[in-house]
Structures are given as C-alpha cells and as structure tokens.
Design a protein around this ligand. Structure first.
Ligand code: TYC
Length: 122
C-alpha cells in the first residue's frame, strides 16, 4: 500500500502589497488605513415620571431590572420625580429594548402607568 502524499503542496499565499508612499527622505512609510469597524450604537433607557406610580415601586423596578443598589435606585427615582425623566442605564439596542419590555410588563401587571423608552445616545 502506498501511503505517500499525492497532493502537491500548495504555495503559501503571496502577501498583498500594502499602499506605500515615499517621504522626502526616501524612506518608505505605511499609510494608515481608516478604521473599518465603528463601536456599536448604544441606547439609554429613560424612565418617565407620572403622578400615580408609587415611588417604592419605581425604586424596586430600577433595582431589579437595572441592577442598581437601593441607594442609587432611590436617587434615580427622585431625579425622575423632580425632572420628569431620568436615565436608568445604557445598553446595546437589543438589551435596551428588553429592559423597556421588562419595565412595561412589570408596570402593567402591577396596574401602574409607569413608562420608559429607549433612545440612541450621541
Ligand atoms: N411621581 C411619582 C409619585 O409622586 C413617583 C414616580 C417617580 C413615578 C418616577 C414614576 O418614573 C417615575 N408617586
């Protein structure tokens, strides 16, 4: 039996020439290529104030769905109460949409009109 390799080994790929230019001193320099990948668009989840949702419920929601401690959640809730709205967290598009759904579902189930939205930042 013949165990010799019959396939001709393929040649290693030839490196493609990089764009080059010469500077005044005759030295060859590589040109910087523009960045190909941009960081993903991020979204902030903004909670809105209303006159009916209990403060304690808002604090609980912020703790549960935005992983804040009680102190931080209370500060965010009070900011929303005073300013009309406030940012609960910043996430990728899908995660932000999930947070909005979770808050809306919890509010609906508890019978509160609490609203939140996700919006692109920058
Ligand atoms: N304004 C509400 C009240 O006085 C409390 C509240 C805070 C409601 C934040 C919603 O997103 C909210 N009970």
């Amino acid at each position: 039996m013949n165990f010799m390799a019959t396939k001709i080994p393929s040649k290693p790929p030839v490196p493609r020439p990089q764009p080059q230019r010469e500077d005044d001193g005759g030295a060859v320099v590589l040109e910087r290529r523009p960045e190909k990948t941009k960081p993903p668009q991020m979204y902030q989840v903004v909670m809105l104030n209303d006159d009916y949702t209990p403060m304690e419920f808002v604090v609980m929601v912020i703790q549960e769905f935005f992983s804040k401690d009680r102190e931080t959640a209370t500060q965010i809730m009070l900011k929303i109460h005073l300013d009309g709205k406030g940012v609960c967290g910043v996430y990728s598009k899908d995660v932000a949409a999930t947070k909005v759904d979770q808050v809306q579902d919890a509010a609906k189930q508890a019978g509160h009109p609490l609203q939140c939205v996700s919006e692109p930042i920058e």
